[in-house]
Ligand binder design. Structure first.
Ligand SMILES: *Cc1c(COP(=O)(O)O)cnc(C)c1O
Length: 366
C-alpha cells in the first residue's frame, strides 16, 4: 500500500477518497441477478463481516442502502421519530446542521442543541437537554467533517443509558473504520455511514447498522416512505436480498475491502489514522497555522486548518495538482477561513509525508 501511487491524481479530500487499484478491480466481476442464489450468497457472506466492522452482534443487522450516506439520514429521521414527538439534534457544523434539516423536511419536530462551530458538544449539555423533556431520539454527528471536530461519543453513550425510550442515532460517515465505534457497547441504535470515506470504496453504496429497537419504533410510525423504510429493508434482509436493485459491483468491492480491513486489524487501522492526524497537526504547528477544532477534540480522520497565514490557497492547490495531489478547501461558510486535509481510508503515513513536503516546498517559495 506504500508503493508510489502518485502516477494519477490522488485525493486528500474528505470524500471521495483514494481507492486502491485492487478495490477498483474487485468491481469487475460478472453481473448476477439480484434475485438469484448467487446474490443471496453474496449478501449472506457480507453480513457477518459488516456486523463485525460495526462491532455488533445479535439485536442488530446491517442494511445495504443504494444511496450515499444521506439516504440513511432520511431513513433514520423518518423511521425513528414519531410525528408528535420531538427529536434532538446536536449541531456543531455543516453536516449536523444539514441532518437537522432532513428531519424537518420529513415533518418531524426538531429541537437543536448548537454550539459554536469548531467546538464539541459537551456531555453536560446533552445531559441538561435530556432533563428538560422527552425526546424520541437524539441525533449526533460523531465526526464533523466541516470543522474537524470529533464529539465525545462514549460520554454521550453513558448519558443515553439513562433514557431507554430515546433512540440514539449516530452519523459516523467520516470516521467509521477510522476511529473506534463500539456500536453495541455504546447502545447506539442506528449508525449512518457512506462508502467513500474511511471505508475507502467508490461512492454509491451505504451501510446502516440498525438495532431491534429501531424496528419496534418504526412499527409505531404509519408513513415511513418506501425507499428508505427500515421495515421494507428488514423484510428483504431476512431473505438475503434488497427491496430494489442494489449496486452489485460495489458489493464485490466491499467484500474485498472488509477482508483487507480485517487483515490490517481494526485497532491498527484506528492507530494509523491517529498517527496521520498527529503528523498533520505537527505540520500545522511547525508552519504557523492553527487548528480550527477545539483542543482535545481534533478529528483523527480530517483536519480543518485555519488559514492564519492568509496563504493563497488556490495557488497552493495548483502547485499540488502538478504533483498529482488534490487538496480540499474549507466547507460551506468556512470556505475562505479554512482548508481541510483528509487523512482517511487507506492513506498511509508515507502519503501524508509526501503531501506535507509538497506543501512545505510551496510555502518556502511563497
Ligand atoms: C460526507 C458526509 C455526509 C454525507 O454523506 P454522503 O455520502 O455524501 O451522502 C454526511 N455526514 C458527514 C459527517 C459527512 O462527512
Amino acid at each position: 500500500m506504500t508503493d508510489d501511487i502518485f502516477d494519477h491524481d490522488v485525493l486528500f479530500i474528505p470524500g471521495p477518497v483514494e481507492v486502491r487499484r485492487e478495490i477498483l478491480d474487485a468491481q469487475g466481476g460478472w453481473m448476477i441477478g439480484h434475485r438469484s442464489k448467487a446474490f443471496a450468497d453474496l449478501y449472506a457472506r457480507l453480513q457477518p463481516k459488516l456486523k463485525e466492522a460495526f462491532f455488533v452482534g445479535d439485536g442488530y443487522r446491517v442494511y445495504i442502502y443504494t444511496s450515499s450516506g444521506s439516504g440513511i439520514w432520511e431513513s433514520a429521521s423518518r423511521c425513528c421519530v414519531r410525528d408528535d414527538q420531538p427529536v434532538l439534534h446536536l449541531v456543531n457544523g455543516a453536516f449536523s446542521e444539514r441532518w437537522a434539516g432532513v428531519s424537518r423536511e420529513n415533518g418531524k419536530q426538531v429541537d437543536v442543541l448548537e454550539v459554536p462551530w469548531g467546538q464539541a458538544v459537551k456531555p453536560e449539555q446533552l445531559a441538561d437537554a435530556l432533563k428538560q423533556k422527552h425526546y424520541d431520539a437524539v441525533a449526533v454527528v460523531y465526526n464533523e467533517t466541516s470543522t474537524g471536530v470529533i464529539n465525545p461519543l462514549p460520554q454521550y453513550a453513558e448519558i443515553m443509558r439513562g433514557y431507554p425510550d430515546t433512540l440514539f442515532l449516530v452519523d459516523a460517515v467520516s470516521c467509521w473504520l477510522g476511529a473506534e465505534l463500539d456500536t453495541a457497547a455504546w447502545g447506539i441504535d442506528l449508525v449512518v455511514t457512506s462508502s467513500q470515506k474511511c471505508f475507502a470504496l467508490p461512492p454509491g453504496i451505504a451501510f446502516g447498522a440498525v438495532s431491534d429497537r429501531v424496528l419496534a419504533r418504526a412499527k409505531e410510525i404509519p408513513y415511513r416512505g418506501y425507499y428508505f423504510d427500515v421495515l421494507t429493508l428488514e423484510k428483504h434482509h431476512e431473505k438475503n436480498n434488497t427491496p430494489a436493485t442494489p449496486p452489485i459491483s460495489l458489493m464485490y468491492a466491499a467484500d474485498r475491502q472488509l477482508d483487507a480491513i480485517r487483515a490490517e486489524g481494526y485497532a491498527n487501522r484506528f492507530r494509523r489514522h491517529a498517527q496521520m492526524a498527529g503528523m498533520v497537526r505537527a505540520w500545522v504547528e511547525r508552519q504557523g497555522f492553527a487548528m480550527f477544532s477545539e483542543e482535545g477534540y481534533h478529528s483523527p480522520t480530517v483536519s480543518t486548518v485555519r488559514n492564519t497565514r492568509s496563504i493563497d490557497f488556490p495557488a497552493l492547490q495548483a502547485h499540488l495538482k502538478k504533483q498529482h495531489i488534490t487538496l480540499g478547501g474549507g466547507y460551506g461558510k468556512l470556505k475562505d477561513e479554512t482548508f481541510r486535509i483528509a487523512h482517511m481510508g487507506d492513506a498511509q503515513p508515507a502519503h501524508i509525508e509526501r503531501l506535507l513536503s509538497a506543501m512545505d516546498a510551496f510555502l518556502a517559495q511563497a
